[in-house]
Design a binder for this molecule. Structure first.
Ligand code: BGC
Length: 781
């Protein structure tokens, strides 16, 4: 179904009176000849569950991924050959509101018989072959939970044995029916083109059994022991009509009951109303929650953990990275980061999974994207999201703060680099240049839109800037706009970054003259930035805040002399604050990277391993199992998501700087690596692995008694530059600076006592007698 004209089916909808309820569509059909192939193409929005002859087709949930529906609607293809029978069959589709907000269905079943003849079943309004009804899903919404009244279900409604009786007479089946059916009606099409869903579907990826807490007599709270996104599958035996409610929350109140204060309007429970008479198993279809705790109400006896399984749900991107080290705190932070990212992949990268928001905020993604890329294979998810961003682009090139655009403004904050950065990351890591080629013009229009708003190279437009910096007190929230770092500085720095990213994109897609144009833009902005923000007397940028200095250095705006002073100021400020950051969602990532890349790795490590406010260790000390939106510990009725990936951006630094594994800036499909194992205080071992399209790349180093050993694997087809810490270096016993090169090593360069070895694919063991031995244990915090 590559072209719009391939579709014969028409969109079906619902009578307005049924708003709030999920719709059940049903189509019986008969097959008279043997089947060679059967495929269903289905676009059921907001989301749908496809069923055939009484059973669900596939294992995906909340299908399809959300999009800007007036631009693009994703359809899903299922091979149902093995599920079709000679004789009578029934297609059933349950459709919920999802992100679209109302139920629409378009479906085609294409059958090819063994004799070559074909048959098609397509959605067509006004026919009596398709019927629509309501059933047990009586209330539902992504934010609103789901209410399932099992008394209203008809067993086998999606099997040939059942016959749908029409609400307005016409029914010929005298058996008692709970569901009522009417002929289908035409619905206004959503407007977007139909496109195949080229992204992993959402699935239940893990099932967790809770611990049951009993804060008060007859009050039960399930503790999943992990902040997660998904829902609960319940198994009950209860009297007919018993309502069992599940209230989800990230934290508990002092009295042990769930605290839903930070969920905004997404506080509605999931409710199951029992049909009675045996064991009943249920999980919702059209909602999800971000939670660790679940308060169960309506039970007559204490819940058993096995009857209330936590179902972890996300877009099923493969896990591609692994990180480990011997510092228990850093390990736990890494684990929390991975859970945070996992809890925020739901058809697009969301900001949070719990409150009534869950949107694709582009500013957060600026910092978070690389962390996601190191941990998950987001190549398809990011290709898909780049389309969502471009779909939401306005005529003047402006992008929206969120894609699909729900909240925020046009144009979005200039820190939003995702339209450029995601395709560049996909190209560098997976070698796919399609997103870059597809969106190059949209990228150019976006950068022109920013440029048009700049004056003399400076960009004043700023909406969020370095959002959510620490307030200064561990439990007091201040408005999240930065008080320390001027928006104009952040925006101008990002105009420069945009111009550089665009120049790189232009070079890759072969627009040579554009490269020069974008480089000229970058040069002009850099000049203006330094004129306006460099303070020669103080040796700092802007206000001298950590974010000002970090951004100027990390994004390449500072010249070497300025960078040295700005870095020193950055490090001094951090040290003076007891090894703490004062940065928000954007600059945090850049601060640690600027330090580690420029000789202050020790300072960065101390920051990352801090346990006091503001730090990731502080969050963990307050029971966090995912990274918070704010540095502060807040649980009230304000913006304080406990599962927010923006401050988890430090996750890429774990790979790149703690383990020392990253891509060369010119890498295509991970074919060039930079490996820089760097022992630091507080750490005597670190390792990372990345699944690349060429195979696994890894580094594992350990340091003790003045010696570092590093095992390095470079997959076939890739090469790497290995930067070793200063000292006497060898590989598999052969001294590196001594004339003959060991096998696989193409070149060795010694600078400032440190060895850089350029290597081809293979397994290597480097060892370095360290010139500056560290005593890791002594420095451990
Ligand atoms: C989102 C943030 C985002 C911010 C920008 C919030 O509501 O949750 O992640 O950075 O809005 O304004």
């Amino acid at each position: 179904m590559l072209h719009q004209r391939d579709w014969q089916g028409l969109w079906l909808g619902y009578p307005a009176a049924w708003a709030g309820k999920a719709l059940y569509f049903r189509r019986p059909f008969e097959i008279v000849k043997p089947v060679a192939q059967g495929r269903v193409y289905v676009a059921g929005i907001g989301c749908h569950e496809l069923r055939l002859n009484g059973a669900k087709v596939g294992d995906a949930v909340l299908e399809p991924a959300q999009t800007c529906y007036d631009h693009r609607v994703l359809y899903v293809t299922h091979d149902v050959t093995a599920r079709l029978r000679r004789g009578k069959n029934v297609i059933g589709v349950i459709v919920g509101n999802g992100w679209y907000g109302t139920c629409r269905l378009l479906l085609e079943l294409h059958i090819r018989h063994t004799d070559g003849s074909e048959m098609k079943i397509v959605t067509e309004p006004g026919s009596f072959t398709w019927t629509v009804g309501t059933g047990p899903v009586v209330h539902h919404g992504i934010y609103d939970g789901e209410t399932y009244d099992a008394r209203l279900a008809d067993d086998g409604w999606d099997t040939p044995a059942y016959s749908a009786s029409f609400a307005h007479g016409g029914g010929h089946d005298k058996r008692r029916r709970n569901m009522t059916w009417i002929p289908v009606q035409a619905a206004t099409p959503p407007g977007g083109v139909l496109a195949a869903q080229n992204v992993e579907p959402m699935r239940v990826v893990q099932t967790r059994l809770p611990k049951v807490l009993r804060p008060k007599p007859r009050h039960y709270v399930l503790d999943m022991r992990q902040n997660m996104a998904g829902w609960v599958r319940l198994r009950v035996r209860a009297r007919r009509g018993t309502a069992i409610s599940l209230r989800f929350a990230e934290t508990l109140r002092k009295d042990g009951t769930v605290n839903q204060d930070n969920l905004t309007v997404a506080r509605t429970p999931d409710t199951y109303i029992a049909r009675g008479g045996g064991v009943e198993l249920w999980e919702p279809r059209f909602t999800y929650h971000g939670f660790r705790y679940v308060q169960v109400e309506g039970l007559s006896r204490p819940p058993r953990p096995a009857d209330f399984a936590g179902r972890v749900v996300r877009t099923h991107t493969p896990v591609r990275g692994e990180f480990d080290c011997d510092n228990p705190l850093l390990r736990r932070i890494h684990k929390a980061i991975v859970w945070t990212e996992a809890g925020n992949q739901h058809g697009l990268p969301t900001d949070c999974p719990q409150r009534a928001e869950r949107m694709g905020w582009l500013n957060d993604l600026t910092a978070r994207a690389e962390m996601a890329v190191m941990n998950f294979d987001v190549s398809r998810l990011y290709a898909k999201f780049a389309k969502d961003i471009a779909d939401a682009q306005a005529h003047d090139g402006a992008l929206a703060d969120t894609a699909p655009h729900r909240w925020g403004f046009y144009p979005c904050d200039p820190v939003c680099i995702a339209l450029l950065n995601l395709p560049l990351l996909v190209y560098a890591h997976w070698g796919d240049d399609v997103p870059l080629r597809t969106h190059y013009d949209a990228m150019s229009r976006w950068v022109s839109c920013l440029q048009a708003r700049s004056e003399g190279g400076l960009l004043r437009l700023s909406r969020w800037g370095d959002w959510s910096e620490p307030s200064g007190s561990p439990t007091t929230l201040l408005p999240p706009n930065s008080r320390r770092t001027p928006g104009e500085l952040v925006s101008t720095a990002f105009l420069y970054h945009h111009a550089n990213l665009l120049a790189r994109a232009a070079a890759i897609v072969g627009r040579r003259s554009d490269v020069r144009k974008h480089q000229a833009l970058a040069a002009g902005v850099r000049l203006a930035f330094n004129r306006r923000f460099w303070n020669e007397r103080r040796g700092v940028y802007g206000t001298g805040s950590q974010a000002c200095n970090a951004l100027a250095v990390a994004l390449g705006l500072a010249n070497p002399a300025q960078a040295q002073q700005a870095l020193k100021a950055l490090a001094d400020d951090i040290i003076a604050a007891g090894y703490h950051l004062s940065t928000g969602n954007i600059a945090t990532k850049y601060a640690l990277e600027a330090l580690s890349e420029n000789g202050y790795h020790e300072v960065a490590c101390r920051v990352a391993a801090s346990r006091t406010y503001p730090s990731w260790g502080f969050m963990l000390s307050k029971g966090a199992t995912t990274i918070w939106e704010r540095w502060e510990h807040a649980t009230g009725d304000s913006m304080n998501s406990h599962n927010h990936p923006m401050l988890a951006s430090v996750g890429s630094w774990f790979y790149k700087h703690l383990a020392g594994l990253r891509l060369h800036p010119q890498a295509v499909g991970s074919d060039r690596l930079l490996i820089a194992p760097a022992p630091a205080a507080g750490l005597s071992r670190a390792q990372a692995r990345l699944q690349t399209p060429l195979g696994e790349a890894s580094v594992a180093w350990r340091a003790s008694r003045g010696e570092m050993l590093a095992d390095v694997t470079v997959p076939c087809g890739a090469s790497a530059s290995v930067l070793l810490p200063p000292g006497e270096a060898s590989e598999s016993g052969a001294v590196l600076a001594g004339g003959r090169l060991p096998p696989g090593i193409r070149r060795v360069v010694v600078a400032g006592g440190a060895v850089r070895a350029d290597i081809q694919s293979g397994d290597y063991r480097f060892s370095v007698r360290l010139a500056n031995p560290l005593t890791p244990a002594a420095a451990r915090q």
